[in-house]
Design a protein around this ligand. Structure first.
Ligand code: FE2
Length: 325
């Protein structure tokens, strides 16, 4: 995960935290499978990052939804939660609902040689961020080893799945349509001609109307032709916009959301970014108890936790394509 700040000068392309393990790859056609379940309303919460307060808010919002519903954690539900009690709480909550694994769960539960944090960071992310992420992952793994049974269950989670919402196929991934830690569904990639064209092809390969993703840590809701839509929720457990302290989850439903930061239609589905307006004071205190000033997570993320990234709702909601795709 990145901190949402602009790239700094020291950049690299190889080594732990940069390279993706071969086991992360699957290809978009791997999603051309029957739906694992069907529902009328689906919450997809990627990048909870161990934020217990955001988890509580998410569960409250989900509980208040009427009708048939499902909640899915699409990876990186862990990150800052090196406190064993928090780690156990987050794990049990994710496993009590539906979950796919992210690179974080994969690397703490079943580490790949030389993968580091498994983030597969692209070249625009600074080396310092990458090195700190590798050390955060190592510290989180020290907590995870206390829970071997839970790690076994996390390692067994799928990397992707297809849900049927209101009769429409929704592809759920952590990174992108090709890889667990792919950045093809990042707001940066989708701002390019190549990125949009590549994502458009993936819809056909996976035979889905909607893709829901996370991993790249900034949200984007990109509308494609043919009533298709890609929803990257950014981070459920960190602020996603300057001046807007909430985490974000994606809500996909046959019914409109009661409240949303922004949204769009995909066929008969309403796809909305919903705010997880968690208790900021409690979360900051919890974060600082685990990651005090000078620690790796504090250096990389505290500014974002307190102030949000330099990103706006207007930048996230993309109802027009940058090029024909
Ligand atoms: Fe990730």
């Amino acid at each position: 995960m990145a901190d949402g700040r602009a790239a700094a000068p020291r950049l690299g392309t190889e080594g732990p935290g940069r390279a993706c393990p071969a086991a992360y790859g699957y290809g978009a056609r791997a999603l051309r499978v029957p739906a694992a379940f069907a529902t009328d309303t689906l919450y997809v919460a990627g990048g909870l990052y161990g934020n217990v307060e955001a988890l509580e808010r998410l569960l409250e919002l989900f509980a208040s939804e009427p009708g048939d519903k499902a909640l899915l954690f699409n990876g990186d539900f862990h990150w800052f939660d090196v406190d064993p009690a928090d780690f156990e709480r987050v794990t049990l909550a994710a496993l009590a609902h539906r979950a796919t694994r992210g690179n974080v769960e994969t690397e703490i539960a079943d580490a790949h040689e030389g993968a580091g944090c498994g983030c597969g960071y692209p070249e625009w992310v600074d080396d310092g961020v990458v090195e700190r992420s590798n050390r955060i992952l190592a510290r989180l793994r020290d907590t995870a080893v206390r829970f071997p049974a839970l790690c076994e269950r996390m390692a067994a989670l799928p990397m992707h799945l297809v849900a049927e919402v209101g009769g429409e196929r929704v592809g759920i991934v952590h990174g992108d349509a090709d890889s667990l830690a792919g950045w093809g569904f990042s707001q940066e990639a989708l701002a390019t001609r190549e990125g949009v064209a590549s994502a458009s092809i993936a819809f056909d390969a996976a035979n889905v109307r909607v893709f829901a993703s996370s991993h790249s840590c900034l949200p984007v809701l990109q509308v494609f032709g043919g009533g298709r839509l890609l929803a990257n929720n950014g981070a459920a457990g960190m602020p996603n916009f300057r001046g807007e302290p909430a985490g974000v989850a994606t809500r996909i439903s046959v019914r409109p959301a009661r409240s949303a930061l922004y949204g769009a239609r995909a066929g008969r589905l309403c796809v909305d970014a919903i705010a997880l307006d968690y208790d900021r004071a409690r979360w900051e205190a919890r974060f600082l108890a685990q990651w005090p000033e000078g620690s790796d997570a504090h250096v990389s993320y505290f500014d974002r936790i307190r102030n949000g990234p330099g990103f706006t709702v207007t930048q996230a909601l993309r109802t027009a394509l940058p090029v024909a795709a």
